[in-house]
Design a protein around this ligand. Structure first.
Ligand code: TGC
Ligand code: FAD
Length: 397
């Protein structure tokens, strides 16, 4: 069941996109329609990541698409955003997989890595031959990663890593983990230890993973705990450009930017489903429910908020392409658009009545996914505080 997606462009925003941007959106939309939509409900129900799509997404050029060289597509940030929008119109889990591979694994290698590290890893990550994960969060440190307890101790020509990372997307299928750890120094306290990033191959002795089961959200995505017990890595696996918490936060900016577009995709799917359903479903006097004022009010709220979110992400994307975006702009887009998408999903579910709670329609799946999206990459409230700090000058964390 379900409806064929019609696209959502109330404000004629397509006139603001270039021909290339529209082409990239079209080909990604067709990919999602062809490859993901037919399998996603079953995969979500079974808690299965559609791994068979990994290679074809590499061929499509989705991984690290807004990076230049090393086999990456080299598209603009707006084009990359449209890819994220279309993927998440299918499912947040697939967008999350591509986000992690691109923004949280390839971006740090591209930005902080040595030439050798880039040559070694980026082409195979771009092709999807190698998979990566990003280990920042720990069991005791989610919103406050500065408190992390994972350490990397320098010992001759090696670092030895110890610690635990939790809630790590793609953890157990990754060939490579980007691990953020504190590097203790002689004569300095643990608090003074600097956070740095490391390339950790997941087949090394002492590295193990355990998948987290029982999620009612992002069921088509793998989430794992990573344990590092005396993992020895060559000193050359340090990402040399990393220096302090700012480095992983720079990676989060890339991922949060993509999420701001992805959330629009999920909202578009919910709105479009509700609109089509409301035109067909009849109640009272043989009239479609779309003829009732209260139903129209919900649809109008949704299309207004989606249109505002589209404008916000497009503008932030243009700023990012111009090199003038601030991380607070990205926080505003992530915070606003995910909250908007969650509310849209809830209203759309309401319009479908009882049918809305079934897997015959994508709405409930999007709603459950968006609960995670609201929490990861900085919770809604953490982004409130980031924005509050920016406008008042006072940190209220
Ligand atoms: P604070 O003292 O504010 O900042 C430390 C240094 O970093 C700078 N900075 C940033 N730089 C770049 N981008 C940003 N977004 C930045 N935010 C801050 C800051 O200027 C400072 O620089 P410097 O030169 O003075 O050293 O740090 P804090 O410890 O007070 O923390 C601030 C806070 C709370 C905003 C930060 O910790 C935070 O964002 N927490 C949320 C954690 C989070 O988002 N985790 C995400 C984990 S990954 C994930 O969820 C993947 S989900 C899968 C998917 O993406 O699909
Ligand atoms: P907490 O930090 O414990 O927050 C709980 C509540 O307290 C929230 O409402 C929060 O807003 C509030 N709160 C916290 N501090 C404050 C404050 N100062 N003021 C007001 N309110 C506050 N992490 C990775 O590193 N890599 C990944 O790949 C990754 N993938 C994920 C995939 C999924 C499906 C999920 C659910 C999470 C993933 N995460 C990942 C972890 C994610 O980034 C964290 O869940 C997130 O940062 C929040 O941390 P927490 O869950 O520990 O919540």
């Amino acid at each position: 069941m379900g409806f064929k997606f019609q696209g959502v462009d109330f404000l004629h925003l397509d006139s603001c996109f270039t021909a290339d941007e529209l082409l990239i959106r079209k080909t990604t939309r067709e990919y999602v329609e062809d490859k993901l939509i037919p399998v996603i409900e079953a995969d979500f129900r079974e808690g299965r990541f559609p791994r068979e799509l990994v290679a074809s997404m590499g061929e499509m050029g989705f991984y690290g698409a807004n990076l230049e060289g090393y086999g990456c597509a080299g598209i603009s940030n707006v084009e990359y955003g449209l890819v994220m929008q279309e993927l998440e119109r299918g499912d947040s889990g697939l967008r999350s997989f591509v986000s992690v591979q691109s923004a949280l694994v390839m971006y740090p290698i591209y930005t902080f890595g040595s030439d050798e590290q880039k040559q070694q890893w980026l082409p195979s990550l771009a092709a999807g031959e190698k998979l990566g994960c990003f280990g920042l969060t720990e069991p005791g440190f989610g919103s406050n990663p500065a408190g992390m307890t994972t350490t990397a101790r320098k010992c001759g020509e090696e670092y030895i890593l110890n610690g635990e990372k939790m809630w790590i997307t793609s953890g157990s299928i990754a060939d490579l983990a980007i691990i953020w750890a504190k590097v203790p120094e002689e004569g300095k306290s643990a608090q003074e230890a600097q956070v740095r990033g490391f390339l950790v191959e997941t087949n090394l002795p002492g590295f193990s993973t355990r998948d987290i089961h029982g999620k009612w959200s992002l069921r088509a995505s793998i989430t794992s705990t990573l344990t590092l017990e005396n993992v020895h890595i060559p000193a050359t696996n340090l990402l040399p450009g990393t220096a302090g918490l700012k480095s992983p936060l720079m990676c989060l900016n890339q991922a949060r930017y993509g999420i701001s577009w992805g959330a629009i995709g999920a909202a578009m799917s919910c709105y479009d489903t509700a609109l089509q359903y409301a035109g067909l479903r009849e109640q009272f006097h043989g009239q479609p429910i779309a003829s009732h004022q209260l139903v129209q009010e919900k649809l109008v709220w949704m299309i207004s908020e989606i249109s505002k979110a589209q404008l916000l992400s497009l503008h932030v994307g243009r700023l990012k392409d111009a090199g003038t975006v601030g991380h607070e702009h990205i926080s505003m887009a992530k915070r606003n658009n995910v909250a908007m998408a969650l509310e849209t999903a809830r209203m759309a579910r309401d319009i479908l009545g009882a049918n809305g709670v079934t897997e015959d329609y994508p709405i409930m799946r999007h709603m459950m996914n968006l609960e995670s999206v609201n929490t990861y990459e900085g919770t809604h409230d953490i982004h409130t505080l980031i924005l509050g700090q920016k406008i008042t000058g006072i940190a209220a964390f």
